[in-house]
Design a protein around this ligand. Structure first.
Ligand code: ARG
Ligand code: ZN
Length: 887
């Protein structure tokens, strides 16, 4: 049974707009139950357009009046079909006046204009502006906006929009107004308004050019003690973009506003960024080190969009990665630069690669796989994906790897020189990089047009007599929906060769001069298979391949366990040091999983495991390595990562094997782990800096291992940390160690935690998430938590903290053999769809790879998917995901 299918929008059908908009004047009479919007657009015929027909888009918005050049348009003068309004035979110069009426307080989709905790907010990307007024709502239509806001003064004392405040005053009837003017041309998706009871922290900065700017972080009254970190992050972002890319803030005023109901992380509206509270509010009491780092990254991300996204925007939504991939790359580099140390930078890289492998590789291998620049979509909201964002960022990173840091900067400079103020394509970006670098990057285009994760297999051959070492790289890419065969990619493979001493060898390619040979170099793989011959290699080296994860590929090489242990101990590339440990651990874990599948007893000690634990010992004792790096090394590949390595996924068995290994490591490394806990205390005032956070991370991962032992000593350790914790990082880690054991204080701690933080929604989200992801929590327990008075389906953060956390983060319970997890999933997807299609479509993705699972699970997953498919009136968002999953 299939739901109705909405037509797909095709990239190949792109046509320039028939009319351009020069100015937009908007007047809002804000009222939660009935808001009136008057829009006045001055438009003119686009010389590149195809006809003199004006096309406007509208979505669930009532059209009250429509006038063209001063005269009302009769019902015969335009055509309405669904979400489109066509005015044929329009004159070359047009002034359109459009009046609409909306009900913000009934808008649970959180797109367009909506109410959150009594205040007004907007979200217009990608196609939310059409929920406010009829408009040529497409990113290649850029205009200058003037916005008049009118509202009750007591209920809505603060009235904000993009750009500069030019006038404000009273209207006499208890209402007041504010007039805002944005000096920059922008597409409608960057429009924003905020109105309500808010307060702000502000700071003034002076830029290198001498320009001054006012920075503000707006929050609800009780949250003013949680804005400092966001403000610091904003100032750091501004400084970083000046220093690294020579890009200045171009506005007199830059505002960040926090809102508790938000579909995604944040939004880069020009001069008025709107953020999920989760990515703004922090103080040591409520936020973890991870929260602090995420806030820095997201504040940076949205700020960096001011140039990559706003000054230069996307021609159409197929080009989404033009701004998102580039801006993610920029925020990743920013976060890495804020850490500073080499192994600290590597930790950031490892974190980013983990997300890529755990979320993007599966997407690329599933029914929703799409290229970084897709060819079609049904609902664009479904394409805010890890492929567009994270793989897109990897694609941008490869330019930097190929051109060097300076070359990349030249490419960026040329991009802005050519395209400032324009709406452009991924091809334009690639052309700027190619032209600035004097390189042909034609083949590189395939990273944008071909989906799927390339596989690079490596073979090596050492000729002792000749002193040569050959590295043969071969690439292939599996088929993806709509793309059966793939052409070779242009893949930068960074390599090094380690001598038996552990030192890096100079890398001289055959025919090159040996003088000043580097020890890391980028091999450019462009053919299906290529051999690179190094000379002057006496002893047999160990290759360090794909250093720093130089390309988003799966690299296969038949390392021996000893070679991996050697790399883990010696590789000068910290990423590959970590990677070697993960490969070793993955081997052990997959072997154990197979034993569980075959109902063989898991053997406690094998020679192999000793190789792994021995080198783990060494790494943990190495005080020259950043604590955060050692934490990474100590962390086993997740259950999801292991699932990716299997042809047929059996979640229970993976879980059992991994738990076995965790317990075994806890027993084997017990003394070390206890020492790590003792040595990495961070007394004194809390600071979220990388070193302190790293210490807490290492200490807490050690404590979590120890909790696997479930004895009185480890119970006491977790209980003591819980009772004495002076920050959320330590508190939640201790709580989770307690939950992971049979400690007597376990239930009491959970209840105390709730009471203590009852008034902090972001902490209550953590409280739900902690329980939702505990292997002790089954479907029945999740259902019970849904009846808790603090639970709500309407708030996306809350729904994610319980429902998503369970479905995505508790594999051994979600994949219960009786299918109860899948039935729960179907119910929640259907219930959420009636409230908020973006949220339901996100949750729907949980089952899109059902075909990868063992047959007994597969059929139950299919039933659940079909049950959703058979539900009447599904949103376009949800049906696209369900249809593609079942296709
Ligand atoms: N452009 C935003 C960002 O990545 C995300 C867009 C939000 N979209 C949405 N439908 N809520 O920074
Ligand atoms: Zn973004």
């Amino acid at each position: 049974m299939r739901t109705d299918t909405s037509p797909a929008i095709l990239r190949s059908n792109y046509a320039p707009p028939n009319y351009l908009v020069d100015t937009v004047e908007l007047g809002f009479d804000l009222d939660p139950a009935l808001t009136r919007v008057a829009a006045r657009l001055t438009m003119r015929r686009n010389p590149d357009g195809r006809s003199n027909e004006i096309v406007l888009y509208g979505d669930a918005v009532e059209l009250v009046a429509l006038r063209m050049n001063g005269k009302p348009l009769t019902r015969r003068a335009y055509r309405l079909n669904g979400g489109e309004l066509h005015i044929p035979n329009a004159p070359d110069e047009v002034t359109l006046e459009i009046e609409t009426a909306l009900q913000p307080d009934a808008n649970t989709s959180l797109m367009g204009l909506y109410v959150s905790n009594g205040n007004f907010f907007t979200q217009c990307e990608a196609e939310g502006f059409r929920k406010i007024t009829w408009f040529p709502d497409r990113p290649d239509v850029m205009a200058r906006y003037t916005v008049m806001l009118r509202a009750d003064k007591r209920a809505y004392p603060v009235l904000l929009s993009n750009g500069n405040l030019v006038e404000e005053g009273d209207l006499g009837d208890g209402r007041h107004y504010a007039l805002w003017e944005d000096p920059f041309m922008k597409p409608s998706y960057l429009f924003a308004l905020v109105a309500g009871k808010l307060v702000c922290q502000e700071e003034r900065i002076t830029q290198p050019s001498g320009r001054e700017a006012l920075l503000q972080v707006w929050v609800e009254e009780g949250n003013l003690d949680k804005t400092q970190h966001a403000m610091d992050s904003l100032v750091n972002s501004i400084r970083w973009d000046e220093a690294r890319f020579g890009l200045e803030l171009d506005l007199d005023r830059f505002m960040i506003v926090a809102v508790g109901d938000f579909n995604m992380g944040a939004m880069e509206n020009k001069g008025l960024n709107i953020f999920n509270t989760k990515y703004v509010l922090a103080n040591p009491r409520i936020a973890t080190d991870a929260d602090y780092a995420n806030i820095e990254a997201v504040v940076g991300h949205e700020y960096f969009h001011n140039w990559t996204g706003n000054r230069v925007t996307c021609r159409d939504w197929f080009q989404l990665s033009l701004k998102e991939g580039l801006t993610v790359f920029r925020d990743q580099e920013f976060s890495a630069d804020m850490v500073g140390t080499d192994s600290g930078r590597a930790v950031k890289r490892i974190d980013d690669v983990r997300v890529l492998r755990q979320a993007q590789f599966p997407e690329d291998a599933g029914p929703m796989a799409h290229p970084v620049r897709p060819d079609s979509y049904v609902e664009i909201s479904n394409f805010y994906t890890v492929t567009i964002y994270e793989k897109g960022s990897e694609v941008v990173r490869m330019y930097q790897t190929l051109l060097g840091r300076d070359g990349f900067r030249k490419g960026m400079d040329l991009y802005f020189e050519r395209h400032d103020g324009q709406a452009v394509t991924c091809d334009d970006f690639r052309a700027a990089m190619a032209d600035a670098g004097g390189r042909n990057l034609d083949q590189f285009e395939r990273w944008y047009s071909q989906a799927g994760t390339p596989r690079v297999t490596v073979a090596t051959r050492h000729d002792i007599e000749a002193g040569t070492y050959d590295i043969t790289l071969a690439q292939s890419c599996p088929p993806t929906p709509g793309q059966k065969t793939k052409l070779p990619f242009h893949i930068p493979v960074k390599v090094g060769l380690l001598a038996a001493t552990g030192a890096d060898l100079p890398l001289v390619l055959e025919g090159e001069d040996a003088a000043s040979a580097p020890t890391t170099r980028v091999l450019e793989l462009t053919e299906a298979s290529q051999t690179f011959r190094f000379t002057g290699i006496e002893g047999k080296p160990v290759p360090s391949l794909l250093r720093d994860f130089s390309a988003p590929v799966i690299l296969e090489y038949d390392y021996s366990d000893d070679e991996l242990a050697f790399l883990m101990a010696n590789d000068s590339d910290p990423f590959n040091r970590w990677e070697a440990g993960q490969r070793l651990a993955t081997r052990r874990l997959l072997t154990l999983t197979r034993m569980v599948q075959d109902q063989e007893p898991m053997r406690e000690t094998t020679a192999n495991l000793e190789t792994y634990t021995a080198v783990l010992h060494k790494t943990l004792d190495d005080a020259t390595l950043d604590p955060s790096f050692r934490e990474m090394v100590l962390t086993l590949p997740s259950e999801g990562m292991l699932a990716e390595q299997m042809d047929v996924i059996t979640p229970q068995e993976i879980h059992t094997a991994r738990q076995f290994m965790r317990r075994l490591l806890a027993r084997t490394l017990r003394n070390e782990l206890v020492q790590l806990v003792d040595l990495n205390q961070t007394p004194g005032d809390y600071s979220p800096d990388a070193l302190s956070a790293g210490k807490r991370g290492l200490k807490n991962v050690a404590m979590l291992y120890l909790s696997e032992l479930d004895d009185t000593d480890t119970h006491a350790m977790a209980q003591a940390q819980y009772d004495q914790a002076s920050n959320m990082t330590d508190r939640i880690a201790a709580l989770s160690a307690l939950q992971n054991s049979s400690a007597p204080g376990r239930q009491d701690a959970l209840e105390r935690f709730y009471t203590e933080f009852e008034d902090e929604p972001l902490v209550i989200d953590k409280w739900f998430a902690l329980q939702a992801t505990s292997p002790a929590t089954d479907v029945a327990a999740v259902r019970a938590l849904m009846r808790h008075p603090a639970f709500s389906m309407k708030n996306p953060n809350r729904a994610r903290s319980l429902i998503f956390s369970f479905c995505n983060g508790n594999p051994s319970r979600f994949h219960a053999a009786d299918g109860s997890g899948y039935r729960f999933w179907a119910e929640q997807v259907i219930a959420l769809d009636a409230i908020n299609p973006q949220v339901s479509a996100r949750l729907a993705r949980t089952l899109d790879r059902w075909r990868k699972y063992a047959p007994a699970l597969q059929s139950q997953m299919q039933d659940a998917l079909q049950r959703v498919a058979a539900t009447p009136k599904l949103s376009k968002d949800l049906s696209e995901v369900i249809n593609k999953s079942l296709a």
